[in-house]
Design a protein around this ligand. Structure first.
Ligand code: SF4
Length: 433
């Protein structure tokens, strides 16, 4: 039977990337309790083994940062996008001191490969994770600096036959501990243990099956390369249009969730955590398909649950939405039949650009997006000189629909997520003068 535990405290002083020794002790006690509830740390880490912690270190934000304008320290709620540095440091310390691990590495790859600031060596540093794990004897490393090997996906595969992974995760004397953050996600409803696998791949392999098969890709990974343990850090958590809280949308960060959910099976751990966040696991595609395809259980009758009861910590997180049409009144979205990936991508782009929309509207420059197969193009756009953004291979037939069309090819057209906001922000800056 899969084992999952929930550990909660009413109050946790300090911040994920800034805390005193005394404040750290509170989290250390929680992680110690977590291992105890799951049968003891020795069950998961043997003396002399190398431990690899895979966090979610996806942004260049710390929870406490220096304000560029004032030069003073300020709390940055966007820091909730990363796995809590205290949780990683606590696992590192206990693995070294209690379980006598040989070494403990915290390893990540870049979330996006387009800019230096997204590289893991930068995000691990700015998020405070590097300093935290190194302070207790661990090491922070970039998977991109390590050897990769191609592995066959366990049969029957659902999304791919093989994929390259860091060689270290395939070794028998290495303990892989999956350490995601507790967050909502506009593509996948929540991003927990299953979605965290995306961070072990090189950029080009992240794009494999990054379409309607994305959830199945994670099912394949859980079945082929299961972690020994999944530890979801939810001391801070993200709700609404996750996975990264947007500047000015402070409600997205919950700073007093104060909870860790951990277990020996990814699907079971994600299913319990989804309930803690107020979701029915059946409405989360990754969890539903993982259970359906035999990677683990989602029913509580098949999970040995310990620690704080779900009902005592459960919150109704604001739900994310992948819909993009009709959300922002001044944005025109011309949809054919896009799948949820392109819709959620355009929604995420619009959420991040919403501050530009009032001025663009005032100047008669409302953004126009076209996506999906068989989109009907209104007459006032067809053949005009309006600036239009065409998203994804499904809409390729419209790549010259106006004399001022930007086309982002691909399935999924991930580069739109990085390049498109820059073009709209430049336009907004120009109009602002
Ligand atoms: S290009 Fe088409 S199939 Fe691919 S992600 Fe976009 S809408 Fe989906």
């Amino acid at each position: 039977m899969a084992k999952v535990t929930i550990v909660h405290r009413d109050n946790i002083p300090g911040y994920p990337s800034k805390y005193t020794e005394e404040e750290f002790q509170v989290v250390l006690d929680m992680v110690d309790e977590m291992f105890h509830n799951l049968g003891g740390i020795d069950k998961y880490i043997k003396p002399g083994e190398t431990v690899v912690l895979k966090p979610n270190s996806c942004t260049y934000f710390g929870s406490v940062m220096i304000d560029k304008t004032t030069g003073e320290e300020r709390v940055n709620l966007q820091g909730a996008a990363n796995t809590d540095a205290r949780v990683l440091a606590a696992i590192t310390k206990l693995a070294l001191e209690k379980a006598n691990a040989k070494e403990v590495l915290t390893a990540e790859t870049c979330a996006f490969d387009y800019h230096e600031r997204w590289q893991a060596c930068i995000t691990l540093d700015v998020s405070g994770i590097k300093a935290a794990v190194e302070a207790v004897g661990g090491k922070a490393v970039d998977f991109n600096d390590m050897e990769r090997v191609e592995i066959e996906i366990k049969k029957p595969a659902n999304a791919m036959d093989k994929i390259k992974v860091p060689e270290i995760l395939t070794r028998d004397d290495v303990v892989f501990i999956n350490c995601p953050a507790m967050k909502t996600h506009s593509f996948e409803t929540v991003t927990l243990g299953m979605k965290n696998y995306q961070g072990i791949f090189k950029w080009e392999d992240k794009l494999i099956a990054h379409d309607g098969k994305l959830s199945l890709k994670f099912v394949d990974m859980v079945r082929t390369l299961p972690p020994r343990l999944t530890v979801i850090s939810g001391l801070w958590a993200v709700q609404g249009q996750g996975p990264i809280p947007m500047r000015g949308h402070d409600y997205m960060t919950i700073t007093d969730m104060n909870t860790i959910v951990a277990g020996d099976n990814v699907i079971a751990t994600d299913a319990v955590c989804a309930r803690v966040m107020g979701f029915d696991p059946m409405e989360v595609r990754t969890i539903r398909l993982g259970a359906h395809l035999g990677a683990g259980p989602l029913d509580l009758e098949q999970i040995e649950l310990s620690g704080t009861p779900i009902e005592a910590v459960k919150r109704d997180f604001m739900k994310p939405s992948g819909e993009c049409n009709g959300i922002y009144p001044t944005v025109r979205v011309i949809e054919g039949s896009p799948c949820y990936v392109c819709k959620a991508l355009v929604r995420a782009i619009c959420d991040g650009l919403s501050f530009t929309f009032p001025l663009l509207h005032e100047k008669g420059e409302d953004p126009i997006f076209i996506l999906g197969l068989n989109a009907y193009i209104p007459e006032d756009i067809r053949g005009s000189d309006k600036e239009v953004w065409v998203i994804g291979d499904c809409a390729a037939e419209h790549k010259n629909v106006t004399s001022n069309t930007h086309f982002y090819p691909g399935c999924c057209p991930m580069q739109a997520n990085i390049e498109l906001p820059g073009t709209i922000i430049s336009k907004w800056k120009k109009l602002k003068g």
